[in-house]
Design a binder for this molecule. Structure first.
Ligand code: AMP
Ligand code: ZN
Length: 453
């Protein structure tokens, strides 16, 4: 039995699938910039959830949206559209920006060994359905029009914000716009400004504009899953605005909460503050790679904390995760044996840990206990860890491609950067430095390879 912490009722509950196949919807990225490793922590947690369902022999259908329109700079439905703003800054088309960052996101996902969703769906692919939902809400008298758009009247719903305990929250948390009826009301359709030509805009019964961010997920999940479906996930920041607003629309339009289980992943912090663009420094997977770290070392780091606990990021913590992963892989190399399915009490202990609300720190501790247990024979150890890796996703079986020290990898990345910029002299200097340290770089079509001399 899998037990999951359901934010709807703030307690762990036994998970039962509604139908044969578990329907899992995860709020995806807003594609205006590279995902930062905080965002990626959330996708790793969702991957562990999916792997746990698969481990328990469930079939899973996973849908993830790509927010390419409608996510405004402020959660209060004000400010610019993030994608349009990024397009302006980079002097590219909004469509191209969205496509580019959706692709870099997918690459990050693959490098972190996150199982890809069965369906990626872009918000811009379901504009018609979003208009249809707003029409239903309008007919049921949940909407009103103000100068900049059509809004949802949250005071019409008795239980608005119940999941987030919003009643207990200070209303001031959401700044009230002068024309809004209630501070928590949110935009369903925003009008294009008469003074500004948007790149992404559509005609609608209310005027030319674009849909609000909270409408897309209701429409997309219903389109692929119907209502209700099994599990809806996202980062903890969605608990206060995005998810209550999704629930509000579904309850108003269809009389139902869209999902049976709502799961939220805690933040990755940097110096005890949520990693976020608006707070200043963010770190991307690319940054980690440029510093010689492998994406899977970051994956390992996230597994050391429970998904409902905050995780403080530091280079020291990442170094330690990298070392642990390296040691685990070395042990696997030593233990290497024929693969077979085995029965062993450690398998049950491991399953118990992950089925208990995805307790990855406990699962990792069990893996180390197995590796250190002198009474277990080599072949059993090896196969136990291979089984555990269905959850960890650390590619424990695969040998490290190169035993190259991180400093050398970092230098090689720097050289590549300089080379791309046309700074050949600088690049050559770094190459010599690498050679002096006993390594050689071989360039190829895909990039480069580092070998020991
Ligand atoms: P966005 O691309 O801004 O729509 O966010 C993508 C996902 O990352 C959402 O599920 C957010 O809740 C989540 N998220 C944002 N910041 C963090 C963070 N510092 N740590 C973990 N998850 C985050
Ligand atoms: Zn969403």
């Amino acid at each position: 039995m899998i037990r999951l912490y359901n934010t709807l009722r703030r307690r762990k509950e036994n998970f039962r699938a509604l139908e044969k196949e578990v329907r899992l919807y995860t709020c995806g990225p807003t594609v205006y910039d590279y995902a930062h490793i905080g965002n990626l922590r959330t996708y790793i947690f969702e991957d562990i959830l999916k792997r746990t369902l698969l481990f328990n022999k469930y079939k899973v259908k996973h849908v993830m949206n790509i927010t390419d329109v409608g996510h405004l700079v402020s959660d209060n439905d004000t400010g610019e559209d993030k994608v349009e703003k990024s397009a302006k800054e980079k002097q590219k088309s909004a469509w191209k920006i969205a496509e580019y960052y959706a692709n870099t996101f997918k690459k990050d996902i693959r490098e972190l060994n996150i199982k890809e969703p069965d369906i990626y769906v872009k918000a811009t692919e379901t504009i018609e359905e979003q208009i249809d939902l707003i029409k239903i809400l309008e007919k049921k008298k949940y909407t009103y029009k103000i100068e900049d758009g059509i809004y949802f009247n949250t005071s019409k719903l008795k239980n608005y914000g119940q999941m987030a305990n919003l009643k207990n929250l200070k209303k001031g948390k959401r700044i009230s716009a002068p024309e809004k009826k209630n501070p928590a009301d949110f935009a369903l359709w925003k009008f294009s400004k008469p003074t500004e030509k948007r790149q992404m805009e559509w005609d609608s019964p209310w005027g030319v504009g674009f849909p609000g961010w909270h409408t897309e997920c209701v429409v997309m999940s219903k389109k692929y899953f119907g209502i209700p479906f099994d599990i809806h996930c996202g980062g903890i920041d969605h608990l206060e605005v995005h998810h209550p607003n999704e629930i509000a629309q579904a309850e108003a339009a269809y009389g139902k909460n869209p999902a049976k289980f709502w799961l939220h992943g805690e933040f990755l912090n940097l110096k005890n503050e949520k990693m976020s663009k608006s707070k200043g420094k963010i770190i991307t997977l690319k940054d980690l790679k440029e510093n010689g770290f492998s994406p899977l070392a970051y994956r390992y780091l996230t597994l050391t904390a429970h998904y409902r606990s905050k995780l403080n990021f530091s280079e020291k913590a990442l170094l330690s995760a990298e070392n642990s992963l390296k040691r685990m892989k070395e042990k696997m190399k030593e233990l290497s044996s024929p693969e077979e399915e085995i029965k062993h009490p450690y398998n049950d202990k491991f399953k118990e840990a992950v089925n208990d609300d995805l307790n990855t720190p406990r699962a990792l501790a069990i893996a180390w206990k197995v590796l250190r247990d002198k009474k277990i024979e080599k072949k059993i150890k090896y196969n136990l860890l291979l089984n555990f890796d269905h959850i960890f996703g650390l590619r424990l079986k695969e040998e490290e491609k190169t035993e190259v020290p991180r400093e050398i990898k970092k230098l090689a990345k720097e050289r590549e950067k300089e080379r791309k910029k046309g700074n050949y002299q600088k690049a050559d200097k770094i190459r010599k430095e690498i050679e002096n340290a006993g390594y050689v770089i071989k360039d190829n079509k895909k990039g480069f390879k580092i070998k020991k001399i």
